[in-house]
Design a protein around this ligand. Structure first.
Ligand SMILES: [Fe+2]
Ligand SMILES: [Fe+2]
Length: 141
């Protein structure tokens, strides 16, 4: 199953929404690469792009959480770590991994993405959107 972008994934936070759209595109590319058998090199490349982009996106969310003293920061960061670990282990074990292992990793990533957005990122966006005055969408520290 690939990520179906729909309104339930929109959080009304411009910067986060833009990043999430890019992540959904990369996840779907990864899904295609594995399911259409594009080969390990192509799969590795897209997995690395997703890992790199996710790292950037997560450090942006981390800056927002720390800058605005978000109360649930630790749990949120722990979830980010889960996705980064899954992607790293997929990249490191691609060579020699069975189709079932790869499909399982994609399923984990898909499920993680929709669950994280609908729960943790939605709560973070609600928190940020409730601040007065409106928070800086890209605080530098
Ligand atoms: Fe996010
Ligand atoms: Fe997040």
């Amino acid at each position: 199953m690939s990520v179906e972008w729909n309104d339930s994934l929109f959080l009304s936070h411009g910067v986060m929404d833009d990043d999430h759209r890019t992540m959904a595109v990369l996840i779907n590319k990864l899904y295609l690469s594995v399911n259409e058998g594009f080969g390990n090199e192509a799969t590795c490349q897209v997995a690395r792009s997703l890992l790199e982009f996710s790292r950037e996106h997560f450090s942006h969310e981390k800056r927002l959480m720390e800058h605005y003293s978000y109360p649930d920061t630790m749990r949120h960061l722990w979830q980010h770590r889960e996705l980064l670990d899954e992607l790293s282990s997929l990249i490191n074990s691609l060579e020699g991994a069975s189709a079932g292992i790869k499909a399982g990793a994609i399923e984990f990533i898909d499920n993680w993405f929709t669950a994280h957005l609908r729960d943790s990122d939605a709560k973070l966006a609600d928190f940020l959107n409730s601040l007065d005055p409106e928070p800086d969408p890209r605080p530098t520290a």
